[in-house]
Design a protein around this ligand. Structure first.
Ligand code: SAJ
Length: 429
């Protein structure tokens, strides 16, 4: 199977690296995005997102003429859709998946389709989304045949191949990770596998589209449930005055135990979202998955309650002071260590809510960003942060690790990541 031109729809955190890596294999890639700024930036050989090594790969692919971006889809041999799947805005609390970006992308590429083309959905999707996408394509192109009606004989091949790369390691993981490839027919899987073999060194394992969709949701739900277990343990341990960090270290000495790390909550755009796609489809059955989401979503408020307790403790130890005199330093705002990504970050949420609730100064120390536009939150360097009365460690950035003595003496420390105190969460209680 020859793919002369490959089109990637959606040039975000997944689409752009995928387009660039395919182009680095000397394939002609046309990237499509509705964001004109992103398109212009990429065509200059630059990138509009932060991801290690991506700038080099994109720059080379554009300069060598293999990668080009546009706002309008063009004919290609394969179309790879990597657009967002958020929740429906009007149903925010029900966590119902919103397929409107997939619908818009399907309708945008439909006029460019021709017999023999392959369409792959990479966006993390609820079970059934690939079949829905094929239905939208068929509706727009009644002159072509699709797998849902013509099986192996269809003009267009359709498959789901979920992305599973870890932000911060995308360029490496895109090549090294195994891929689950779910074709709507066996032939669809075969053709899609040929596409991924252009750049994937891991194994390509084929299945059905629905199983591939569920596999991706399962991977992120597995992680969410395991993080929820760690977060619940941290709350239990805090109550009974045991160091959760020591506890987990000890329990993990068991050959079949591997507990993850507690934190201030679960952030990012995947693990805090995808499990809801299962819950939304099977609300009666997905009880553990739902509870895990609730445990992790409840953790930021629990940390905020600890900050309030810490302020009370500080004031009782310093009766000459009022709440206005208390300075709180929040260490870290990103959703995980050593990145600049603040989207869906529990750390940012905690810092923001603390600054709204506390009358004193609230400092934010985030070495990975240069500016912050949140009223009441003052972005400062580590040195200034060390002058605060209460430290709230929210992200285990490399800059915060270590044994700095200033971090331990006569300060109230709320260490949600266990890198400073190694003691019960609110040190000194
Ligand atoms: N976290 C903890 N404790 C841990 C591990 C993580 O609190 O022990 C928190 C992090 O701080 C962060 C959140 O969980 O707030 C998510 O971080 P992460 O590193 O676990 O995952 P993501 O969201 O960056 O990427 C995940 C990955 N999925 C899995 O590891 C199963 C990645 O492979 C997926 O491709 C990605 O979701 C995605 O796009 O779906």
């Amino acid at each position: 199977m020859d793919f002369n031109t490959i089109s990637v729809i959606g040039l975000g955190y997944i689409g752009l690296p995928t387009a660039a890596v395919i182009a680095s294999r000397r394939k002609k890639v046309v990237g499509v995005d509705i964001n004109q700024h992103a398109v212009d930036t990429i065509n200059r050989g630059d990138i509009h997102i932060v991801e290690p090594e991506l700038d080099i790969v994109v720059h080379a692919a554009v300069k060598e003429g293999y990668l080009r971006a546009t706002t309008t889809p063009e004919p290609a041999d394969a179309f790879l859709i990597a657009v967002p799947t958020p929740f429906k805005a009007e149903n925010g609390n029900d966590h119902v998946p919103d397929l409107s970006y997939i619908e818009a992308a399907s309708k945008a590429i439909a006029p460019a389709l021709k017999q023999g083309d392959l369409v792959i959905l990479e966006s993390t999707s609820p079970v059934g989304a690939t079949e829905q996408m094929a239905a939208w394509l068929a509706e727009a192109r009644p002159d072509l045949t699709f797998p849902q009606t013509h099986g192996e004989e269809s003009d267009i091949r359709v498959a789901h191949c979920p992305e599973r790369v870890l932000p911060g390691h995308v360029v490496r993981e895109l090549v090294e990770n195994d891929r689950v490839i779910g074709g709507m027919t066996a032939k669809c899987s075969k053709v899609a596998t040929a596409l991924y073999q252009i750049f994937v060194e891991g194994e390509c394992i084929t299945t059905t589209a629905r199983t591939a969709e569920m596999a991706k949701l399962t991977e992120n739900s597995f992680r969410d449930v395991n993080i929820a277990f760690a977060n619940e343990l941290s709350i239990i341990c805090d109550k009974i005055d045991i160091s959760v960090w020591e506890l987990i270290r000890l329990a993990n000495r068991h050959p079949r135990v591997n507990i993850l790390q507690p934190g201030p909550g679960v952030g990012g755009h995947c693990i805090a979202v995808d499990p809801w796609f299962i819950v939304s489809e099977t609300p009666e059955e997905a009880r553990l998955i739902r509870t895990a989401r609730e445990v992790n979503d409840g953790k930021p408020q629990w940390v905020i309650d600890k900050v309030n307790e810490a302020v009370g403790k500080f004031l009782s130890e310093n009766p000459d002071k009022t709440a206005k005199d208390v300075t709180i330093a929040c260490f870290g705002l990103a959703f995980k260590p050593d990145i600049d990504d603040l989207r869906e970050s529990p750390a940012l949420k905690i810092a923001r809510l603390v600054s709204e609730a506390q009358p004193g100064n609230v400092l934010a120390i985030e070495p990975n960003i240069k500016s912050l536009d949140i009223s009441g939150l003052k972005l400062t360097g580590i040195e200034d942060g060390l002058g605060a009365d209460i430290f709230v460690l929210l992200v285990d950035h490399r800059e915060f690790k270590g044994n700095s003595p200033e971090l331990r003496l006569d300060k109230i420390i709320i260490d949600t990541r266990g890198i400073w105190s190694g003691k019960p969460l609110l040190q000194g209680q």
